[in-house]
Design a protein around this ligand. Structure first.
Ligand code: CU
Length: 255
């Protein structure tokens, strides 16, 4: 399935890198040639060149045309990313130190794992509960900041089945690098079953790997994310609970 956002981002990237590599080689080769050709031994008498109108026109016009081409492709790709298809499914995402939660239109919630049906355009409405974060799905080439007090958005079309990383792309505190999630693209019929299944109550979640101690039980949660490679434990701590307690817990879990 064709993916307009991935195509436009990749095309602009390849275009700009190709132009840059071309000029890097051109300038490097010319520089080496001039160093050899006009070294003191072969060219003892330096000449004084005082301007060349046609050369100046060439080195003004060519770069101008090139940056306008880059701008044009960038701008049209940006239009694609900002114009959400009318049939997109809306999912709210909230970033907080240091986790993502997802809210679906029927009241279903999900932590860390973003389930979506294959092929359906998805509009993410992005909010933050505390500081600035940035919601980032590299495989789908989309990223947008989560800013407290406002709602940003992005959209993407899940055209590849499987699991993909979700990251926070804006440094947001001690455990920024643990602020991971997974995008899970499912068959539409499986997604409908998942979406309409009631969530498990909190107390059935595995909590035996943690000794809760002085932290109120409902402010602490462990989600186990199964990935193809390994099992990643992501711990989520209510930001109101002091950092120091959470830090110690996380360090203990990582051992
Ligand atoms: Cu963050």
């Amino acid at each position: 399935m064709d993916n307009p956002i991935i195509n436009s981002v990749d095309n602009v990237f390849i275009l700009i890198v190709s132009i840059s590599v071309f000029f890097l080689l051109l300038v490097t080769v010319a520089m080496i040639y001039f160093v050899i050709r006009y070294r003191k031994k072969r060219n003892p008498q330096a000449s004084n060149i005082t301007g060349n109108t046609s050369l100046e026109v060439v080195w003004t016009v060519i770069p101008t045309v090139l940056v306008l081409i880059m701008f044009w492709y960038g701008w049209s790709g940006f239009q694609t990313m900002r114009n959400v298809p009318a049939d997109a499914m809306v999912i709210k995402v909230t970033g907080r130190m240091w986790s993502w939660t997802f809210d679906y239109d029927n009241g279903k919630k999900s932590d860390t794992l973003l389930y979506v049906p294959f092929g359906k355009p998805i509009k993410m409405e992005i909010q933050s509960a505390d500081v600035n974060h940035s919601f980032y799905i590299p495989a789908y080439r989309v990223k947008e900041d989560a800013i407290p007090g406002r709602t940003n958005y992005l959209w993407f079309q899940p055209t590849m089945m499987g699991e993909f990383d979700i990251m926070c792309a804006e440094y947001c505190g001690m455990n920024h690098s643990y602020m991971l999630g997974k995008l899970i693209v499912m068959k539409p019929e499986d997604f409908e079953v998942w979406k309409n299944t009631l969530p498990k109550p909190l107390d059935t979640l595995k909590s035996d790997s943690l000794r809760v101690g002085t932290i109120p039980k409902d402010s602490l949660r462990v989600d186990t994310v199964k990935t193809t490679k390994d099992t990643v434990k992501i711990m989520q701590v209510d930001p109101k609970i002091a950092d120091s307690v959470g830090q110690r817990k996380i360090r203990r879990m990582k051992k």
